[in-house]
Write a protein that binds this ligand. Structure first.
Ligand SMILES: Nc1ncnc2c1ncn2[C@@H]1O[C@H](COP(=O)(O)OP(=O)(O)OP(=O)(O)O)[C@@H](O)[C@H]1O
Ligand SMILES: O=P(O)(O)OC[C@H]1O[C@](O)(CO)[C@@H](O)[C@@H]1O
Ligand SMILES: [Mg+2]
Length: 534
């Protein structure tokens, strides 16, 4: 028995330590880490999930024997997180004083001659050199909970990202802007709030040509679908209902066709609301615009109730989803507790990441078993889920299970079917768990009353709650500020409660996953009291 020596994290992959009987984590052969066998298995699965989902190049190996490794790491980081700007393609692009004035509610006219503060005083703008610290904890040891160490000694290495917000100089004349908004992927609470805020902020800059592209990227190619003119008047109350004013879709035209359409329509600002697929598309659109030397700003706003976008505190819609899930969990709890030997099963969203299931379980305090994609489990056998359910029925008289849609996919028949965007279609783990539970209790001759609730689309289609409403407002505003500042191929998110811009590839290189060794997952386990089902 001993304690753990090293934790290696590159791009957030963490293997941390506990005491027990040890196995080896092989996530990084250079730093073999002693960790308990069960945990090692989870870490391996976690690492494999990350590896499989990685579509972009990760940081090259660091030579820690080089005395300058830290400087090199910082330089590499700075280069990776540098924001693409239209002056990269158009070095002579001229800037002008912003028409957005942080002290006024209307566009500042070019001949503004009031008592506007000078640069030396407060002026409410964000300086291009302002930064937000990406990692805020100083870990004194790699054995600290959640330690995200770059080197074996767990040295402090600052990692700064760019602060979002209005710049004093802008690169587009508002009267020459035609802005378009498109919402892609699945629905998510808050889409209308973001659309609304983008439109309002564009108008405050003085933009009059604003359109919505209907039904996601498909709206660029489908001749039956026409642009939706947008104005403050049109969007004033759209946040009061869920869904997207513009509609959403999966699949659709290729990048070249989308950029052809941008050219034909004269669009030079494109706001893209969607998840990792949509952002991959946005990045491809940005690259194609660079290739064709089009002065177009492409700005993403991450939309995913799954909360699976890297580097951000959370994405809009997530809070609402967790809150809305409480109603389903509470119903399952009431049903289970009111029935003789009642078992309630609730399936929540989460294709790759179990954040909704974990947070909803924690928040409710009513869940006995939480199953997420990141943690493998077995149904049958002495350590399986079913035998624990039997134990719960015998000891508590009832049980409630919360299962994320992507959990336990290894237990289901694979079809290789995909949706229109190429996402693998999952088997229904909720229905499977329900069926297996019924079968099991029948086989062992114990009465069980199993109730299954799938609130997926009820959760996704609802209106954003208050905290998401505020988040959407700030994200929408910052998206517009980023476009006027001349950035392109970027997205906006919260980082340690501050708002930041990120180059798109950095946030979609892989889905953000629940770390099986995190304090949060451990909190969830202490709340449910569930054992490891392996
Ligand atoms: N790698 C890619 N390159 C270009 N376009 C893509 C890529 N992946 C997906 N897209 C396009 O992005 C759009 C949305 O993708 P997808 O259906 O995967 O949803 P998403 O943005 O990931 O959101 P959700 O979180 O709801 O799944 C689709 O129109 C799809 O064609
Ligand atoms: O049924 P649809 O619209 O394809 O969307 C389902 C997917 O959307 C998500 O909620 C992400 O938006 C996933 O968790 C889920 O797999
Ligand atoms: Mg996706």
């Amino acid at each position: 028995m001993g304690t753990i020596s090293h934790v290696i994290t590159l791009h957030g992959l963490t293997a941390s330590s506990t005491r027990c009987s040890y196995g080896y984590s092989n996530t990084n052969p250079r730093f073999k880490t002693l960790i308990p066998a069960k945990v090692a298995n989870k870490v391996r699965v976690f690492a494999e999930l990350k590896r499989q989902s990685s579509t972009f190049k990760s940081t090259p190996a660091i030579d820690f024997s080089d005395p300058d490794w830290k400087t090199k790491f910082k330089e590499d980081f700075e280069a990776r997180f540098a924001l693409p700007h239209i002056t990269n393609v158009f070095p002579d692009a001229a800037s002008m004083p912003s028409t957005f004035c942080p002290q006024m509610r209307t566009p500042r006219t070019r001949d503004f001659s009031g008592n506007y503060p000078t640069n030396e005083e407060w002026n409410g703008y964000i300086n291009d050199n302002d930064r937000v610290l990406l990692k805020t904890i100083y870990y004194s040891s790699s054995t600290s909970a959640g330690a995200e160490c770059i080197d074996p000694g767990c040295d402090w290495v600052e990692q700064w990202v760019h602060r979002a917000g209005p710049r004093e100089e802008i690169y587009f004349k508002p009267e020459e802007v035609k802005a378009a908004i498109v919402t892609c992927g699945g629905l998510c609470p808050g889409l209308n709030d973001v659309i609304r805020q983008i439109v309002i902020t564009l108008e405050i800059y003085g933009v009059t040509k604003i359109v919505g592209i209907p039904f996601g990227y498909r709206g660029f190619s489908d001749k039956e679908l026409t642009e939706v003119p947008l104005s403050r008047k049109v969007v004033q109350n759209i946040h009061l209902s869920g869904g997207s004013l513009l509609g959403v879709s999966r699949g659709g035209p290729g990048v070249s066709e989308i950029v052809d359409s941008l050219e034909e329509r004269g669009i030079n600002m494109l706001f893209v609301l969607g998840g990792n697929g949509t952002h991959a598309g946005a990045n491809a659109i940005y690259n194609e615009c660079c290739k064709r030397r089009l002065k177009v700003s492409v700005i993403g706003v991450p939309k995913t109730i799954d909360n699976d976008i890297l580097l951000m505190d959370k994405t809009f819609g997530f809070d609402t989803a967790v809150e809305e899930a409480q109603r389903a969990i509470n119903s399952a709890y009431i049903e289970a507790h009111s029935a003789y030997h009642g078992i309630g099963i609730v399936k929540l969203m989460g294709r790759n990441s179990g954040f909704i299931a974990m947070h909803a379980s924690l928040a409710s305090g009513q869940i006995d078993i939480c199953l997420i994609p990141e943690i493998p489990f077995t149904l049958h056998g002495p350590h399986g889920l079913l035998s624990h359910l039997k134990y719960l029925i015998e000891t508590k008289g009832s049980a409630v299970v919360c299962v994320a849609e992507g959990a336990g996919q290894n237990l289901l028949h694979k079809t290789n079917a995909t949706d229109a965007s190429g996402n693998v279609l999952f088997g229904d783990i909720g229905v499977y768990t329900q069926q297996e539970t019924k079968k099991y209790f029948k086989e062992i001759g114990v009465h069980a009353d199993v109730k299954y609730i799938d609130p997926t689309y009820m959760i996704r289609a609802c209106r954003a709650n208050t905290s998401d409403g505020i988040l959407c407002t700030v994200l929408g505003q910052n998206a517009v500020h980023g476009a006027f500042a001349g950035y392109s191929g970027i997205t906006v998110g919260t980082c340690n409660t501050h708002y930041a811009y990120f180059p798109i590839p950095e946030v979609i290189s892989q889905p953000k996953l629940v770390d099986p060794n995190s304090r949060m997952w451990h909190r969830c386990l202490t709340s449910t009291g569930q054992p490891d089902f392996i």
